[in-house]
Design a protein around this ligand. Sequence first.
Ligand code: 5RP
Length: 221
Amino acid sequence: MAMTQDDMKRAVAQAAITYVPNDCIVGVGTGSTANFFIDELAKIKGKIRGAVASSEASAKRLQGHGIEVLSLNDADDLPVYVDGADEITKHMHMVKGGGGALTREKIVAAASKKFICVCDESKLVDVLGKFPLPIEVIPMARSYIAREVVKLGGQPKLREGFITDNGNIILDVHNLQIMNPVELETLLNHLPGVVTNGLFARRGADVLLLGTPNGVKTLTA
Ligand code: 5RP
């Protein structure tokens, strides 16, 4: 039987478990692939101390499995962070935030030693930007940031009816061809009112576990 996208997500989630050391606190991402990882984590929950979640949704799912969720402030050492991506290049630069959890994802990823990205092969691209780039913005800065983004050649669209876990809005920026992700990430970070942008390039993934119909491929930075 042909492998479905969910089969590939499950396979990479299983592969990610091998990167989780015994007795550690695990950084956990958000999204459908991260959900598969949470379900795999539940099978080894006796071997870990707990998890730090990158969203309320992931925290709920972890707790539903009886896995302790700790605040990042109570977790001194996070050896691994496991999360999906909306797009990733072979240079390990990513666009994330399709689920709107980019800010907490970036914080937990930054606090972790190793970023393990788990994706099916549809996420691997040559150039980032086909997937609209999410930017979390303080609500009062919405129009200002939208104008700045237009100057950069993008087409911002407000994510209707969506408020982040941090009480902010998301602008999804269409029509970008991101040739220099590190530069664009830095530039957007410096616009007042931007909380976080969905480029994860300054700190990319360390390991990419890519689900393919022929099994899981491992790429490293
Ligand atoms: C959420 C994210 C997710 O990692 C990204 O959207 C991928 O999700 P999925 O595994 O469902 O394709 O950044 O904010």
